[in-house]
Design a binder for this molecule. Structure first.
Ligand code: APR
Length: 318
């Protein structure tokens, strides 16, 4: 159990996160900051606090428009940013199209972290995922252990769900990873997908797997279109919690996260999704998977796509 966890952004994802953090008792204190008035964060945390007698939780809560509510947090989860929303003509912006507005928000988030909890481990969820984490890296200058992005858990969960539905077996039987950038170039790693330890191809035809993997790549957009406003929020919040739990309980769990690569997978100086060991220090080790030639090529293409957005972040300066 930690002393304090901070959540930045109290919208759809941040609201679910705060609620789950209090319910699960991962820290003695849970604090939420959001700039939205009159005081969205205070209101959400008061609502959550007033349920604590019913759920039998003594977790202390605080919410504010001011970042000093995060003071001393050991772990921070950042959800501040504008989500994707379908345009009036029904088309979707890409996550990358959110870049300019979300970079400005990220700079404010960085200042808040620096001033109030400079030593915190940070998990970021805002989109475009890998580029926003890169900006936090530029602004915060943290070691790679202490800063990571949440995408791979969610993309892998979507892949696992679709596989389980198609095979007609429990989701608990599905072991799978989605790596690369959190965008259209993400790579469901079929060669590492197992159903109860057996290759996925034993249960599902290659054509069906192609369709499932295509659906996985556009799964976020599928939810955006159905919701009509905003994007997925329960599955991203639960996914970030899996990472938080591995860190809080020092589980040494291998989880796909957006991490800073220093030569691994042939990539240098980029945040991109790879399997990593998460423990009390954060990202404790990057795991290099044995990929097929086609998967290696797809990873290279995904890294090129992430590099392009990261270059825009660099071009937009500080
Ligand atoms: N500091 C704190 N909170 C902020 C700031 C800021 N500088 N700027 C905006 N916010 C808040 C907004 O007021 C809003 O309440 O961030 C919240 C975002 O909530 P939603 O709009 O409901 O978005 P959500 O669905 O939670 O997604 C957040 O995660 O998955 C990504 O693409 C998604 O980038 C988006 C982010």
């Amino acid at each position: 159990m930690l002393n304090k966890i901070g959540v930045i952004g109290g919208g759809n994802i941040g609201g679910v996160l705060a609620q789950l953090l209090v319910t699960r008792g991962y820290a003695k204190n849970v604090a939420l900051v959001d700039v939205k008035g009159p005081d969205l964060a205070a209101g959400k945390m008061l609502d959550i606090a007033e349920a604590t007698p019913v759920i039998r939780s003594d977790v202390q809560t605080a919410g504010s428009k001011e970042y000093d509510v995060l003071e001393g947090a050991e772990l921070v989860i950042n959800t501040a940013g504008v989500p994707r929303a379908a345009r009036p003509d029904g088309t979707l912006p890409t996550r990358e199209e959110l870049l300019e507005v979300n970079l400005k928000i990220t700079d404010a988030v960085s200042a808040g972290i620096k001033a109030n909890c400079p030593d915190a481990i940070v998990i970021s969820i805002a989109n475009p995922l890998d580029a926003i984490v890169y900006r936090l890296h530029m602004n915060l200058g943290k070691t790679r252990a202490k800063l990571m992005g949440m995408a791979g858990v969610l993309d892998s969960a979507r892949y696992r769900y679709f596989i389980a539905q198609e095979a007609g077996v429990s989701v608990e039987n599905i072991d799978a990873m989605v790596l690369g950038g959190h965008g259209d170039s993400m790579i469901p790693i079929r060669s590492a997908c197992r159903i109860a330890g057996m290759p996925v191809e034993k249960f599902i035809s290659p054509e069906k797997l192609d369709a499932i993997e295509a659906r996985t790549r556009s799964a976020g957009g599928e939810v955006v279109k159905l919701l009509g406003s905003g994007s997925a929020f329960v599955s991203p919040a639960q996914s970030a919690l899996e990472m938080a739990e591995a860190i809080i309980y020092d589980k040494k769990k291998i989880i796909p996260v957006s991490a800073y690569l220093e030569g691994e997978y042939g990539v240098n100086g980029l945040y991109i999704g790879v399997p990593a060991v998460l423990g009390k220090n954060g990202v404790e080790k990057i795991i290099e998977m044995d990929l097929t030639d086609a998967e290696k090529e797809a990873f290279k293409n995904s890294a090129a796509a992430v590099q392009k957005t990261t270059d825009e972040v660099l071009a937009m300066g500080k």
